[in-house]
Structure formats: C-alpha cells, structure tokens
Design a protein around this ligand. Structure first.
Ligand code: BYC
Length: 327
C-alpha cells in the first residue's frame, strides 16, 4: 500500500450535503467535459483529492529546484549559468501557480508548507536523489521535464479549471526546459571521452527514479480509478510511463547512450515497451521519507521557512520593528 495520510475513501464529511442527485449532476458535468471552478459545488472527496494532488505537485516544484539549483554556481560557462538560473526560477514560479490553484480549494499556503516540512505531505520521488555532476543537471532538465510534460499535458485537459490552466502555462515553460536539457545532453554525449562517460553515468543513475516518477503500476495505484472517473487524472501511471518510453528511449539510444535495463525492448506484438519491473520497495522507501536526500531536502525547506519568517511578519504588519520605517 502506498497511500497514507490524507485519503480515507470511507471518510464522512461533516457539513456538506451529498445527495445522490447532487453527485449525479456533478458527474454529468464532468462527463460532458465542463470545467469545475472554485465557486461550483463539488463532492468533498473531489476537493480533498485535488488538494492532495495539486499540493504534492507544488511541493515537487520547489523541492525539484534544489538538485539543479546546486549547479548554478558551478555551471560550465556564463550562458549555461544564466539559462539554469532562469530554469530554476521558472520551477519555483510553477510552485507559486500550483499553490495558488490549491488555495482556491480552501487549504492555506501556511498549512501546505507546514505539511511539507513536517513530512506529512509527499512530493515527487525523483528529487530525493543527488545531482552529482553537471551531467545530472542536464539529464534532469531533459528527461524529468519530459516526463513532467507527458503527465501535465494529459492532465491539463482535466476537469478542475484552476489546475488545468496552471498546467497549460507550466507546459509551455517545461517545453523550453526540455530543449535546454536536450542541448546539454547532446553537447556532452558528442563531446570528449570524459564528457560521454559523465553523461552515461548520469543516465544510468536517473533511469530507475525516472521509471518510478510516473507512480506505482496501475494494479497498485490507489487513487487512479477515482481520479480518472473525475477527470482529474487523464491517463494511468503505466500508460504515461509507456508514452515516455516511446518518445524518449529512441532519442537516448540515438545518442549512443545505454539504459540500465537488459529487458528494455519494444514488443512488436503489443506495441508496448517490455522492461524490468522497477524496484517498488525502493520507491516506497523514498516516497515515505527514506531516500538518499529526503532529510537534506526538507532541512533546506525548513531553513528557508525559518529565514523567511520576518518577511511574512513584515507583510502582515505583525512586527512594528520592521514596519515602522515604511509607515
Ligand atoms: N513520487 O495512487 P497513486 C517537475 C504516491 S515537478 C512520490 O498512483 P496518484 C520538475 C501518491 O502520492 C512535477 N509519491 O497516486 C520540478 C500516493 O500517495 P498518497 C512533478 C508518489 O495521485 C523541478 C501513492 O503513491 N509532477 O516536473 O493517482 C525541476 C499512490 O499512488 C509518486 C507531479 O507532481 C511519485 N512519483 O498518481 C524539474 C504530477 N507516485 O498521496 C522538473 C502531479 C505516486 O496517497 N501528480 N506517489 O500518500 C500526479 O500526476 C499523480 O499524483 C501521480 C501519482 C501520477 C504522481
């Protein structure tokens, strides 16, 4: 079982009438492709599921800026430094959009941040691994952003207006990140022997977490059925993983790079990729807080919260010491 804290499918919500008629009318709106907006009636579980998913997505963006962010000061050359700085800034901007979308459902940003730094709320598995070399940052920018686009492009056609609009905007920026990442990977893969070895090592490191990135297999997914019924999620985890493999394995192989999976091949009969079952025990450990960098990632966020408190106090006019000079 992967799920945890937030969703009990049998939970009874106090204070909201959910008659069969209301639920049927809501489902009819979803089925005919309406967008649900914040002021519209929605089942309490739809709201709760959306908050869970959008909040986790937002956390993934700010935590996701950390592995690449460590390479800003060490980027090879001024142009790459500028580009990486802009990319990392974009990722944090995505978090801003997503936190705003989640807030429309009634959870405050403070509560979301608190659930992140106390470890109650999840974020993407993939950002709990270290970016050991410049090539790691290139592989992240190319392939993690590519995986994110597969997921987000599908879900941008979903049912909740604010999330869909945020995803559309995010996808434009991720497409640019992907090109930036691809350019860096091509540069290394067609470079010196040392550069090729460096990018090959990074590819080998990131492939297993990339396979995990799309979530547990359809058989093990806890929320897919509910979320797909409500068109919050528009494709299953396995189908997104397959789509990613279809689009990117040929491109990786074209560069002469290899992937650490001896079973990887396109099955001509099924049209699907055959692959070694990912190590789901590792996935479970990582998403539940025990990956190589979980503690470090949350420590950075806690420090940022602590150091930024005076700004929040000043904005809320809670501390005369800071506010007086501007009064
Ligand atoms: N990592 O029932 P399932 C980016 C959890 S950032 C961690 O299949 P669902 C970028 C899942 O939460 C973009 N946990 O869940 C940023 C659930 O646990 P809870 C990141 C995972 O929701 C910076 C349990 O496992 N993208 O691109 O139906 C730099 C059962 O799973 C993961 C998003 O966040 C995982 N990979 O489907 C560069 C997309 N997978 O909550 C790039 C938004 C599963 O019950 N999220 N879990 O405790 C989604 O689309 C869906 O939530 C998922 C999972 C497809 C990830």
């Amino acid at each position: 079982m992967y799920g945890n804290a937030y969703i009990d499918p049998n939970e009874k919500f106090e204070g909201q009438e959910e008659t069969p008629e209301l639920l049927a009318a809501f489902q009819a709106r979803i089925d005919q492709g309406d967008k649900i907006e914040p002021q519209d009636w929605m089942p309490a579980m739809y709201r709760k599921q959306l908050i869970r998913m959008i909040e986790q997505h937002a956390h993934s963006e700010i935590i996701g800026s950390l592995p690449e962010g460590t390479w800003i000061t060490r980027a090879p050359g001024f142009r790459r430094k500028l580009a990486l700085m802009a990319k990392v800034q974009d990722e944090v901007g995505h978090a801003q959009l997503l936190y705003s979308a989640a807030e429309t459902l009634g959870k405050s940003r403070e509560d979301m941040m608190n659930d992140l730094i106390t470890g109650k709320s999840k974020y993407s598995n993939i950002f709990n691994y270290p970016a050991l070399t410049w090539a790691d940052s290139a592989v992240i920018a190319w392939l993690v952003d590519a995986g994110a686009i597969v997921n987000q492009l599908a879900n941008s056609k979903g049912s909740y207006g604010p999330y869909c609009r945020a995803l559309e905007r995010i996808c434009y920026e991720e497409s640019f990140h992907l090109k930036y990442g691809h350019d860096n990977v091509v540069h290394l893969a067609t470079g010196t022997k040392k550069q090729r070895a460096m990018v090959q090592a990074a590819m080998t490191r990131w492939w297993p977490p990339l396979m995990h990135f799309f979530g547990p297999s359809d058989k093990a997914s806890v929320h897919s059925k509910t979320l797909m019924g409500w068109k919050v999620k528009m494709a299953t985890n396995d189908s997104m993983r397959q789509q990613f493999m279809d689009m990117y394995i040929p491109k990786i192989w074209d560069l002469g790079l290899t992937l650490p999976d001896p079973l990887l091949k396109k099955n001509e009969e099924t049209g699907q990729w055959d692959y070694t079952e990912p190590d789901w025990a590792e996935f479970k450990r990582v998403i539940n807080g025990d990956g190589p960098c979980n503690a470090e990632r949350l420590a950075v966020r806690r420090m940022a919260e602590e150091n930024g408190k005076w700004v929040a106090r000043a904005i809320r006019n809670e501390d005369a010491e800071y506010v007086r000079p501007f009064a």
